[in-house]
Design a protein around this ligand. Structure first.
Ligand SMILES: [Mg+2]
Ligand SMILES: [Zn+2]
Length: 188
């Protein structure tokens, strides 16, 4: 079993765009590609876990999300970075349409996506890190038994004012994902 770094998507890996639904809206945040390249070289899995309730709400169809994620892989490949997996939750417990209205186990802060990745990729969650810009990201990480790090990109500034890092196995608050991963590697 190997460790992983789990990344939230919007506001952590790419610039936050309200209900991003088109590939051309994707813009990688600084240090993301180089951090993933470094994880690739160290045999640490790099996995994106993202809530996409825009699907449940009928704002965009699931195949559009797949196009966005293809573009994400492309942008990273241009910088020799490779994700080991991208997991998304298309559900919403109250606002979802049809089968997408569901109190599921994948929507963060539930740990379902991290657990699924752990099964699929043979990951050791207790030696893994979850990075995100919202409290629900960190809670999902803690609920999966991972350590967590808050980044100040996306909604990170707002989150940092309210978060209790102790409650979410937090290792700190960092300007970028590179800073978070560096701190995590140093202490592990
Ligand atoms: Mg986010
Ligand atoms: Zn779900």
């Amino acid at each position: 079993m190997r460790p992983a770094v789990f990344f939230d998507r919007d506001g952590t890996v790419n610039v936050e765009v309200h209900y991003l639904s088109r590939p051309e809206q994707l813009e990688l945040l600084p240090t993301v590609a180089q951090t993933i390249t470094m994880l690739n070289s160290q045999g640490i899995a790099a996995v994106v876990v993202t809530n996409q309730a825009g699907i449940a709400r009928g704002y965009f169809p699931e195949h559009r999300l797949e196009a966005v994620h293809l573009r994400l892989h492309e942008l990273l490949a241009e910088e020799n970075a490779k994700l080991d997996g991208v997991y998304y939750c298309p559900h919403h417990p109250t606002a979802g349409l049809g089968a997408y209205r569901k109190a599921c186990e994948c929507r963060k802060p539930s740990p379902g996506m991290l657990m699924a990745a752990a099964r699929d990729l043979n990951l050791d969650l207790t030696r893994s890190l979850m990075i995100g810009d919202r409290d629900s990201d960190l809670q999902a990480g803690a609920n999966a038994g991972c350590q967590t790090g808050l980044v100040l990109t996306g909604y990170g500034q707002e989150t940092s004012a309210a978060i209790n890092l102790h409650k979410v196995h937090g290792i700190g608050i960092f300007p970028t994902v590179a800073d978070a991963v560096r701190a995590w590697l140093k202490q592990s």
